[in-house]
Design a protein around this ligand. Structure first.
Ligand SMILES: Nc1ncnc2c1ncn2[C@@H]1O[C@H](COP(=O)(O)OP(=O)(O)OP(=O)(O)O)[C@@H](O)[C@H]1O
Ligand SMILES: [Mg+2]
Length: 261
């Protein structure tokens, strides 16, 4: 599957400037679920914390072999990606130096475009690129917005802030207007959902006035935390668990949403 205009990969940007809402968990497990469907997937870790990378690597990569190389040396992504233990899933890992990109690119005229240039420099051979963004709307996230074909916003109802959501939607609208008319806002995914508390439901409804919500919700589940501790995806750790089935169902819903355009 690829975007019709460019014939490049679907670039799915997983973003929310709020911290700890399930961006990385979603990026990892959606990537794994896509690979299980025989898609060729690149997981791109843009967070200096390197949480997504640590699921697949025992040690952080050298700076020049990480996503930092894209921003510092304009290296084409096709030359940087690493295969993972999961068939069909490659990784472009993060490195702590990503935290310096903001300063490094201050004043660089192509500062917003390094990622998209690097993605289009050579065929990466991927059907999907899933971008795990850091918890802010800085230069790395802007690079992801500029490169993306689709935007997915994980939301944790307990941490929901209407102002935060507005800022993010405004930013994506501005990016669409000025830099990337093809950026499609897919909607929000509720994560760490607790069906037993009415609060989750009460908050979900007003959110729908601002952004469409995916039908599938991801439950709060200890299995997710256990899988992270063991550096595994939920499909490796407990593929039959409820939360694994939710991530799988969500991925199906996501594919349908992308298909519909
Ligand atoms: N469905 C879930 N059930 C239980 N715990 C979860 C679930 N999803 C994520 N978590 C836990 O919540 C924490 C935050 O999740 P995650 O790292 O995916 O969020 P994030 O938005 O990427 O955070 P950051 O903004 O720091 O990058 C982690 O400790 C993770 O293990
Ligand atoms: Mg994260």
């Amino acid at each position: 599957m690829s975007t019709s205009e460019t014939n490049g990969p679907i670039v799915l940007c997983v973003a929310n400037q709020k911290g700890g809402v399930g961006k990385t968990t979603t990026a990892i497990n959606v990537s794994a679920a896509l690979a299980r469907r025989k898609k060729r997937v690149l997981l791109l870790d843009l967070d200096a914390q390197g949480n997504a990378s640590s699921i697949f690597l025992s040690a952080p990569p050298a700076a020049e072999k990480s996503a930092y190389g894209v921003f510092k040396d304009r290296r084409p992504i096709a030359t940087l990606l690493e295969r993972t233990r999961i068939d069909g899933l490659s990784l472009l890992p993060a490195n702590v130096h990503l935290a310096e990109v903001e300063t490094l690119l201050a004043g660089a005229v192509d500062g917003f475009f390094r990622l998209s240039d690097s993605l289009s420099a050579a065929d990466t051979g991927q059907d999907f690129v899933v971008v795990d963004c850091p918890p802010n709307l800085g230069l790395l996230t802007v690079n992801a917005f500029v490169s993306a074909t689709h935007l997915l916003i994980p939301l944790q109802t307990a941490k929901f802030s209407l102002d935060g959501l507005r800022t993010m939607l405004d930013t994506s609208a501005m990016i669409r207007k000025r830099f990337n008319a093809g950026l499609s806002l897919l909607g929000a995914l509720i994560t760490m959902h607790n069906a037993r508390t009415t609060i989750s439901q009460a908050i979900a409804e007003p959110i729908e006035d601002f952004i469409s919500l995916f039908k599938t919700r991801i439950s709060r589940a200890v299995a997710i935390e256990e899988a992270h501790l063991l550096n595994q995806t939920i499909f490796e750790y407990q593929s039959r668990s409820r939360v694994a089935r939710e991530y799988d169902a969500f991925t199906e819903e996501l594919l349908n949403a992308i298909e519909k355009g």
